[in-house]
Ligand binder design. Structure first.
Ligand SMILES: [Zn+2]
Length: 394
């Protein structure tokens, strides 16, 4: 064997946090042929064609942003996936229902295929997907019952299982309107036909938090879980609603989906202090949230870490948990043989004022910053973060 050719790339001296494999420690990580080749306390640097020193940094499985909108230039809610991915060192973006059965082929061929990262999606139960989402035009795609056709939704999922991981429905006064619970019924029907999980958005009532959760099945996902009132997860000045506790016991998963309207510090703080952390952290990055208050996954992770969730758990909520929730257990971990999706991030001490969707502010002391993104063994250069995300003194 020629020395120096055993590995394509060696990440040397980082703190590896891989929750799936219960690993948190100093390790070298070697990549060969697009796969994880070795994770060891010490690997000989001369065995690698390229060595990147990552001392002081955190090396974790490629981050998965489980709720985004990236049907770029085709839907008004969507942002550029390559930019979002590079800015937050995310290797897998999951689009949450921007496309429906009518237009998924465009998302697949014009966005997913050319992207320098993995893009998967939940397919909207509504035939056209999210078709009217803007500052001045908002019309919920689940408000027209004729558009909610379970058979069509399930058919497109069945034909695209490599990219489609579930069904999406947006429930709430503005998004499902008078159709109400019938929209959720149609979405569940599609999910059952296609045998995939359902991701349900919760907005202002009707329906209520409890009414929605009562219908969700084990493995289904409730997104926007820590939204503000009305339909907050916690009682006024009290604990977590019983409906959440029983739904979690049944196997329903709770996703942050920060966005522009769905993350409130008071909801998060009360839920977390009452022993109810989220299962999954996601940004819900879209045109109205990418410039704040959500920004992106890494920023949302920083926010949750500053709410008191230990960093290894925060990383698990953005790697292992979303991978398993979308039945893609091949992703979200760093076992030898796994695809080499890796995010290298820095944990920096920084006095930073985090803002929620109601404009409430919490001072934090730590920010996660992007360093290296590797997708399938290929290094993708990160994008600079806008100045207001860095917390640096001007
Ligand atoms: Zn969304």
């Amino acid at each position: 064997m020629v020395i120096g050719d055993t590995y394509d790339l060696l990440l040397k001296g980082g703190r590896v946090i891989d929750p799936r494999n219960s690993l948190d420690g100093l390790r070298d990580v070697a990549i060969q042929g697009g796969r994880i080749a070795a994770v060891e306390p010490w690997i000989d640097a001369t065995a690698a064609k390229q060595v990147r020193p990552v001392g002081g940094k955190i090396v974790c499985p490629g981050l998965i942003d489980f709720h985004t909108h990236v049907y770029h230039k085709a839907t008004s809610c969507s942002v550029d996936p390559a930019y979002l991915s590079r800015r937050s060192v995310v290797s897998t973006l999951v689009d949450a229902g921007s496309a429906g059965a009518a237009n998924f082929a465009g998302l697949r061929d014009y966005v997913m295929k050319p992207a320098p990262l993995r893009i998967l999606a939940f397919l909207n139960i509504s035939f056209p997907g999210i078709f009217a989402f803007d500052r001045s035009v908002m019309f919920g795609e689940a408000r027209i019952p004729e558009l909610l056709v379970p058979e069509l939704c399930a058919e497109v999922i069945a034909a695209n299982r490599d990219r489609l991981v579930g069904v999406k429905v947006r429930m709430g006064e503005a998004t499902s309107g008078e159709v109400g619970m019938k929209a959720l019924d149609r979405a569940i029907e599609a999910a059952e036909l296609a045998d995939v999980p359902l991701m349900t958005h919760i907005g202002s009532p009707p329906p209520t938090y409890g009414e929605i959760l009562a219908r969700l099945r084990p493995g289904d996902i409730l997104t926007h879980c820590f939204r503000p009132a009305p339909n907050a997860p916690v009682a006024e000045g009290g604990g977590v609603l019983d409906a959440l506790i029983t739904a979690r016991e049944r196997g329903v998963l709770f996703d942050i989906g920060h966005g522009a309207g769905a993350f409130h510090f008071r909801s998060a703080e009360q839920a977390i202090s009452n022993g109810f952390p989220p299962d999954i952290i996601s940004s819900d990055a879209h045109t109205l949230s990418i410039d704040g208050p959500a920004y992106d996954l890494l920023h949302t992770m920083s926010k949750l870490a500053n709410c008191g969730i230990p960093l290894p758990e925060v990383i698990g909520m953005a790697t292992d948990a979303p991978a398993r929730a979308m039945r893609r257990a091949d992703l979200g971990h760093l076992a030898v043989g796994a695809v080499a999706d890796i995010s290298v991030i820095a944990e920096v001490e920084r006095d930073y004022s985090f803002r929620d969707v109601r404009g409430e502010v919490r001072r934090g002391s730590m920010l996660l910053e992007p360093d290296i993104l590797i997708v399938g063994g290929v290094t993708v250069e990160p994008e600079a973060r806008p100045f207001e995300m860095t917390g640096k003194e001007s």
